[in-house]
Ligand binder design. Structure first.
Ligand code: C5P
Length: 397
């Protein structure tokens, strides 16, 4: 519930991406926001106010002269208690209106009359030629100079049958971007590398050794660091999770691959957060062909080799970034966590109980540093990730 207590005016303008605005409204409500939809006449060709009202629980506004507002000034009243205005989809025409201060309908008038401190975020959606037209390029540059956040667009297949830049960001990515807009930019200008998920160490082409890490905590930290303004790289073992919006993700399978990717990018990082549950051992005598079950039930003899300890090696580099380790323990967390911090040579180690966290949406953390330990009580992993990012930023400062 990252948007609990937030009031968002969601503006819809004319474009086929209006069908995605229904999912966006639902996503914002799911995050706890109160959503007031305002539609242009063109938007109502694509989706009805009935749909948007049903999803947000509030009557939709589309008329400048709406007598439902006691003083008949919806262009003022609708934004004075709002925490943000989001226009999604935002058409080329509406971008042009925002740039030139046009105000011939409720939504554009409301945007022009917004308090200067009220954030305005727009998610462009249009045909690729419209997006690449020099007029739109000029307008978008001007929007950004005016302090309006431009989210997307994305590249890909378009409803018109053409392919290119201009698709509206997917609703779940927009929800993430909107949540991020409310986070303080504690890591602005910093580069953060996060490892996440399990590793998979093959035995033969179809079998392997892995663990129960879902990657949720690491992905939440990557998302939180991005929301705090950092440039984030996520090196991930096999997971079923979607990449957090705006995060560069590199997929790996084994600990050695994770080591290689981390080491080739570590020089430019300010912070390294090792959340991955990296296998300590790999199979040294892995078979090129599938190992067959033999009639006499003779078991295959696996030999193991030690994997590189990525965190310890990064922490030992002469020009190391600020290093944060994780410890998934099954017992004696306080003792083991403090000892692991020393052993790994990191300034901050985050402890959790492995079988309490693996695969779950909630977690509780214990932070170990040179002064002792602090508890972050049971909460959603995303909420804990924001708290952890704030703790990291405090220590960086
Ligand atoms: O030694 P242990 O596996 O408990 O240490 C956990 C911490 O070390 C985590 O931060 C994990 O990401 C990191 N680690 C690593 N490379 C390994 C083993 C663990 O980076 N080979």
């Amino acid at each position: 519930m990252e948007l609990a207590g937030k009031s968002i005016v969601l503006g819809l303008t004319g474009g086929i991406a209006c069908y995605k605005a229904a999912e966006l409204a639902r996503g914002l409500v799911k995050q706890g926001a109160s959503v007031q939809v305002v539609m242009t006449q063109a938007a109502m060709h694509f989706i009805t106010p009935v749909t948007m009202q049903a999803l947000t629980g509030k009557p939709v506004h589309f008329d400048q002269w709406d007598a439902r507002i006691p003083n008949n000034m919806p262009h003022i009243d609708l934004t004075r208690d709002a925490d943000a205005i989001v226009v999604a989809p935002c058409s080329a025409d509406f971008i042009s209106k925002l740039v030139h201060g046009g105000c011939d309908d409720l939504l554009s008038t409301l945007c022009l009359a917004r308090p200067s401190t009220l954030p305005l975020l727009v998610a462009p959606a249009m045909n690729v030629e419209m997006w690449e037209n020099p007029a739109t390029v000029r307008n978008v540059r001007q929007l950004e100079q005016d302090g309006i956040a431009v989210l997307g667009p994305d590249v890909g297949d378009q409803a018109c049958g053409e392919t290119g830049m201009g698709r509206m960001l997917e609703p779940e990515d927009l929800v993430e971007e909107i949540c991020a807009a409310f986070q303080p930019k504690l890591l602005r200008g910093k580069r953060v590398l996060v490892t996440a998920g399990p590793t998979f160490e093959p035995i033969d082409p179809v079998r392997g050794i892995t663990n129960l890490s879902s990657g949720k905590m690491g992905y939440a930290i990557a998302r939180a660091a991005r929301a705090a303004g950092a440039e984030v790289m996520l090196v991930s073992g096999p997971t079923a999770l979607t990449t957090p919006a705006g995060v560069q993700r590199i997929n790996v399978q084994t600990a050695e691959q994770m080591y290689d990717v981390v080491m080739s990018h570590i020089d430019t990082q300010d912070v390294f957060v090792a959340v991955a549950a990296v296998a300590d051992w790999r199979v040294a005598n892995l078979s090129e062909q599938k190992i067959k079950k033999t009639a006499d039930d003779a078991f295959p003899k696996l030999e193991f080799a030690l994997n590189p300890d990525i965190l310890a090696e990064v922490a030992a580099l002469p020009n190391k970034p600020y290093c944060v380790g994780f410890a998934a323990e099954s017992e004696n967390l306080l003792q083991n966590g403090a000892a692991k911090r020393q052993k790994k040579g990191v300034p901050l180690l985050v402890g959790n109980i492995g079988h309490h966290t693996f695969g779950k949406d909630q977690n509780e953390l214990v932070l170990f540093d040179e002064k002792g330990h602090t508890q972050l009580p049971l909460a959603d992993k995303q909420q804990l990730a924001h708290q952890l990012v704030a703790e990291i930023a405090k220590r960086l400062a």
